[in-house]
Structures are given as structure tokens and as C-alpha cells.
Design a protein around this ligand. Sequence first.
Ligand SMILES: [Zn+2]
Length: 275
Amino acid sequence: MAVIMALVGAIVGSFVNVVIDRVPARQSLLRPGSHCPSCQRALRPVELVPVFSYVALRGRCRTCDAPIPRRVLLVEVATAVLFAALWIGNDRVAPAVPGGTLWTAAIAVYGCVMIALFVIDLEHRRVPNAIVLPAMGLALVMTPVLAWLAPRYAHYGVVAWVAPALPLPLAALIGQLVGGVAAFGIFWLIWRIAPQGMGAGDVKLAGFVGLLTGFPCALAAVFGSFILGGVVAAVLLLSGRVGRKTAIPFAPFLIVAAFAVMVFGDVLLAWYLRR
Ligand SMILES: [Zn+2]
């Protein structure tokens, strides 16, 4: 089953590639069908098979020999690994927990959104509204539903403690709104104080991440991203791969930290509260 999930992931990954190619250029996701951006030739079905076709074509268009970006392969592989890993993790944990599988499915959806935002920020240095705003709407709808169907995974801890009488979905919604406002607020402040260090896209992305992780996990995601960004920037500077003035896109750090908190937030929070 894990292999089948990897294949499903690779197919989803090839759609994520379409999103990455077309959303920043404001093109339709459906029309025209997949084609070579260099010679405009429409791709044949066999050329649409993820991973396999890239390897078979050795990363080049069959007609015009234009290189296919390596990112196409990397995104397909990343999505395949994500889906297989979630399936294996789900098999170990979820059956014992009500709504566990639903929670895993939600992480798969958010994971695809995050992969798209990660690559678009690396390639274009921006976080498109066309992705981050619908993602925020999805998070706002999904969180109360998940709190209702999968209460074990809802991040309502602090709200439930302050107001124990609140029904879980409402507590989760308040918890996520507080998380969203907190993460958005921290990034907005930094952006106002030092606009050269961060883009408006990062502020919106922080809002999305806060909505996903809720309070107080949003703070862990924000500070985790600062630490991660600091370490990577230091390594790049010391190794001479970037100069002092080079702008390093920040969204990837926020995304990696948010994903870690989303998957391991429960463990982190339990560990912290035990002290
Ligand atoms: Zn071509």
C-alpha cells in the first residue's frame, strides 16, 4: 500500500508542478493541456507519467531538446515520499485514534500546498495570494471540522484550559484564530521595522501557518523558522555560497518549521508541559 500511495503522491506531485508553473504566471490550471514551454508541443500521455517520463527522457524535451527543470522531478519525488510516509505513519498511529486517518489526509493536502509555496518562493521570491488566501480559508473550515471528528489532534489546549465549557470545535477555532493573529502579528511587526529583510508574502504565509498550527504551537513554528533560517543563512555565508547582501527567501524556513510543528506538535507540547 505504501508503494501505491507513493504512486498516487507522484501523480499529485505532477499537478503540484502545474500549479508551480502556472499560478505565478496567472495562467489557467486546466487550459491549455500540458505542453513543452519551449516548443509549445502538447505532451503525449506517456510523457505525463510522473518520475518515469523525466528519467526516460533524461530530463529533456523529446522534440526540441530543451531541458526540463530538475525541480519537476524533485517535486514529484517529494510528494511521493510525503504520501508514502504519511501512509506508513498513519498505519502505526491513526487506527487507534478516532478521526486519525482524516487528520492524516488533511496533512497530505496542506503538505501539497506547502510544497507549491516552498518552490514558488524559491523560484520567484513571492507567495501568491491565489494560493495562500484559499489555503487560509481551507484552514478556517477544516480546523473546527477536524476538532469535531478528530478531537485528539485539535490544537485547542490553551483555549480549553481558559474556557473548559466551550465545545471543542469552537475552542479549536478560537485557538487557531489566536495562533493566526499571533504569527501574522510577529511577522507584520518585523516587516514594518525591517522591510528589506522580509516580504509581504511572508507575513501572509505566517498568518496561514498560525491558522494551521493554532496557539501556542504557532509560536513554536515562528521561532523554529527563525532558528532554522538563522542556521541556514550562517552556513551559506560561512561557506561563501551567498554574499552579505544576498536576499534569502524566508518562506521555505517557515514552511519546514510549520510542517514539523503540524506533524510533531502534540509530542512537542506534551514534552514541554511535562517539565
Ligand atoms: Zn519542446
